[in-house]
Design a protein around this ligand. Structure first.
Ligand code: PEP
Ligand code: MG
Length: 794
């Protein structure tokens, strides 16, 4: 009787994990079920667990392995000794004729399917205890690439079996409590995707840092995908908003960050090592690996895969350089966010700042502090002290035991989906990856604080800084009538708060985004050639590398930032306020001084609406409009409402609306709503006239208090008297709500008042405010308070 020691991937599915392991079963599952939906997976076959057991038996390996491992656990021999003895046994073992024949036959058949002899294949192990949802075994076993011919294939298969007993695989299983004898190994043999001449990477079908389920993250680098998974390089990163993928007319790519892609892994022409890691060229570094159409195609496949498995997935993809086709080469359940407790939110905040020593990508949403310990190679990991900040070039699975004990992790290389990032998230240890030069800038023993709560960028500060950790309980949040929204400045912070019971963004301050993300003055970008400040010129040239049209740099980054904020609450309304820098703040942007007048009192100067239609700023305003148009029409976020700040008179309102219309942003067209801030007493005293021109109001209690009481909002001597609850301010607020409601227009508030003063929030609810936009960290408390007020109102 012949046994089925080999199975075609197309003949297996998730029901066969015990026979072909999670990885192969998952590939089979996709080939079987998702091919019809266009998901392309390379064909191949797998050896079964039965084949592995038969191999052990035929070579009498089982008792000898047991003996070695027993020797290790009793302390008679070291892990290294036991491991190398076991691997030596595998090296001498022989395949039975039965197994060898079945592998050879399947290999020949695969060649026929691809119209070639000696078809090139990738050989991967798939342990039958691998990829369980609660234990990410990522990268535990070896992979052999570009294998051709029977004999090389059989050799790779034997090496694959032996790789189940690398030192790190043995210690990992011991640590995770898996019995070595319960784990069998299936070998996957799959048609090679020649990504060495193109690119490859990974995608997670949810936001890896916040768990937000409606965006996905893709990473990409040149060459074979191992560099991305292993964190050898800082890859490109693309973020896609999933709900819009069905609409072919939209391009919902809301994030695109060019990675340094320092190396590319290709096949070596000669030598023992089949692959080599080459330095990338300047051109390769400056170019995105995937174009928009490719990003969207992969993202669509990601959604199909996620829907099929009914859970968030971690997917590997590769692009074939010969055909230009994309392939899915692996899919497994995402293990961190999907297991996170959805009912609580840990919230860290930094209470002071220090000198910035290094920065990179922030992973996780926490803060850690301790003395730096630079560990340069895996050989030195024994020296690591608990609670230190691990600083290293990059990590791989050997490092997991010390990563677990670190207060924070800082790596020179790697992206958001690198090994270091994945493991840090899984362990809940904050990490800053891809610092470039952290290992040379951070001295051993120096106390540092690693912060991953200030947006996409993670920071390493000098000294142990004060920070706070709060566990927010999201259970039992009462239902309320008043719409509670959030104020968001930094787009990367928006995703963080998606679990809060807020319904929309009441204020996205565009100037914060310009400051954090764009960094340069819009007029300095538009008039680059006329810049007189050489430093500014150099900095802008660096920021806008790859852009011939520097205005396009502004529009691209602004549009993606706004889209990120819009995505975080879609389909709820997201109110984006046009820029409201003061002249002194604008001057602080790169290249800004040349374009800004020096004003005696910028708070009362050329700010808000007055700039947009002025000859000096008009061209820059057109960039803001272009970005908004893209967000609404090309990306699809029609939930974006535009808001005009600091609009002094109805006449000024007309001029701004006209300027917007000239830039193809017409109120009422494509459902575009335009709100106005109510932050000058004139906005309220003439509210009836403003109501004719706008779709709604949002009270800016900060400026309104300043201008009603004549107290500079930043004046340290007058802070005591600065109070939104002053009777004059309250009267103005009541009057506005009344007038606006009489005109059928909604009124919200987005100033700081209700976040700071629960009694002010209560007053607003009593007066019938429609929406209240709060700082994210005050949402829960205010919601509870509002519930009481509403209950008392009956
Ligand atoms: C306000 O004035 O209350 C407001 C929300 O705007 P900003 O604080 O940005 O001036
Ligand atoms: Mg204001």
């Amino acid at each position: 009787m012949t046994r089925n020691l080999v199975q075609w991937l197309a003949d297996v599915d998730m029901g066969d994990v015990s026979s072909v392991g999670g990885k192969n079963a998952s590939l089979g599952e996709m080939i079987r079920n998702l091919n019809a939906q266009g998901v392309r997976v390379p064909d191949g076959f797998a050896t079964t667990a039965e084949a592995y057991t038969a191999f052990l038996e035929a070579n009498d390996l089982d008792p000898r392995i047991r003996e070695q491992l027993k020797g290790w656990s009793s302390g008679d021999r070291s892990l290294e000794q036991a491991g190398s003895a076991i691997r030596a046994m595998f090296a001498e073992a022989e395949f039975s004729d039965e197994l060898a024949t079945q592998i050879r036959d399947a290999y020949a058949e695969l060649g026929r399917r691809y119209d070639t002899t000696d078809v090139d294949v990738a050989v991967r192990s798939s342990a039958t205890a691998e990829d369980l949802p609660d234990a990410s075994f990522a990268g535990q076993q070896d992979t052999y690439l570009d294998i051709t011919g029977d004999e090389d294939l059989l050799r790779a298969c034997r090496d694959c079996y032996a790789s189940l007993f690398t030192d790190r695989a043995i210690s990992y299983r011991a640590e995770q409590g898996f019995d070595h004898h319960d784990v069998a190994l299936s070998i996957g043999v799959q048609k090679m995707v020649r990504s060495d001449t193109a690119g490859a990477g990974v995608m997670f079908t949810i936001d890896t840092d916040s768990g937000f389920p409606r965006t996905m993250v893709l990473n990409a680098a040149w060459g074979l995908g191992e560099n991305v998974v292993g964190g050898e390089v800082t890859p490109d990163q693309y973020t896609v908003f999933k709900p819009f993928l069905d609409d072919e007319s939209l391009t919902p790519i809301i994030g695109k960050v060019l990675g340094a892609k320092e190396k590319k892994l290709v096949y070596a022409d000669s030598g023992d090592d089949p692959t080599e890691n080459l330095d990338t060229t300047a051109e390769e570094r400056a170019a995105f690996v995937l174009d928009d159409a490719e990003i969207l195609q992969l993202a669509r496949w990601g959604v199909v895969i996620e829907q099929h498995y009914e859970r968030p997935m971690d997917v590997e993809w590769a692009k074939d350089g010969r055909s230009g086709e994309l392939f899915i080469v692996q899919a497994r359940p995402e293990t961190v966010q999907s297991q996170a407790d959805a009912a609580t939110l840990s919230s860290y905040s930094l209470k002071e700042t220090g000198d910035l020593l290094a920065s990179g990508l922030a992973v996780g949403q926490a803060i850690g502090a301790g003395p730096v310990q630079v560990v340069r190679s895996a050989d030195d990991i024994e020296t690591f002290t608990d609670g230190a900040v691990l600083v290293t070039e990059m990590t791989d699975p050997d490092w997991v035991p010390i990563m677990r004990r670190a207060a924070a992790i800082v790596t020179d290389r790697g992206g958001r989906t690198s090994h270091a990032a994945i493991v840090s998230r899984e362990l809940g240890v904050p990490a800053v990856v891809g610092t470039g030069d952290g290992t040379s800038r951070l001295d051993d023993g120096r106390d540092v604080t690693v912060s991953c709560v200030e947006g996409d960028e993670g920071h390493v500060y000098d000294g142990i800084l004060e920070f706070e950790r709060e566990e927010v309980d999201l259970g039992d949040v009462p239902e309320i009538r008043t719409r509670v929204m959030m104020n968001i400045g930094n787009p990367s912070a928006a995703m963080r708060w998606w679990r809060l019971p807020a319904r929309g963004i009441g204020l996205a301050r565009m100037e914060y985004l310009i400051n954090n993300v764009i960094k340069a003055h819009p007029l300095a970008l538009l008039h680059f050639d006329e810049l007189t400040d050489d430093d500014a010129k150099r900095e802008i040239a660096e920021l806008t590398a790859g852009y011939d049209d520097k205005g396009a740099y502004f529009v691209d980054h602004l549009a993606r930032g706004l889209a990120t904020v819009a995505a975080s609450q879609h389909p709820e309304p997201v109110v984006v306020r046009l820029s409201d820098f003061k002249t002194n703040e604008y001057a602080g942007l790169i290249g800004g001084t040349q374009f800004e007048p020096e004003e005696e009192n910028p708070m009362l100067g050329w700010r808000g609406a007055s700039r947009y239609y002025s000859d000096e700023y008009r061209d820059a305003f057109a960039l803001e409009c272009r970005a908004l148009r893209r967000v609404r029409s090309e990306m699809g976020f029609t939930n974006v409402i535009v808001m005009v700040p600091f609009c002094r008179t109805p006449d000024e309102a007309d001029r701004v609306l006209e300027e917007m219309a000239g830039n193809d942003l017409r109120r009422g067209e494509d459902d575009l709503k335009v709100y106005v801030m109510a932050e000058l007493p004139s906005n309220i005293l003439q509210a009836d006239e403003f109501a004719e021109r706008f779709d709604g109001f949002s009270i800016g209690s900060n400026d309104l208090t300043q201008l009603t009481l004549g107290i500079g909002r930043d004046d340290p001597r007058l802070t005591e008297q600065f109070d939104e609850r002053n009777p004059s301010v309250l009267r103005l607020v009541s009057e506005l709500i009344e007038t606006a409601h009489a005109a059928g227009k909604p009124v919200g508030i987005c100033g700081q008042g209700p976040s700071d003063h629960p009694d002010f929030a209560q007053f607003l609810v009593e007066k019938g405010i429609d929406t209240m936009s709060l700082n994210p960290d005050s949402v829960l408390e205010v919601v509870r308070r509002v519930a009481e007020t509403e209950a008392a109102q009956g």
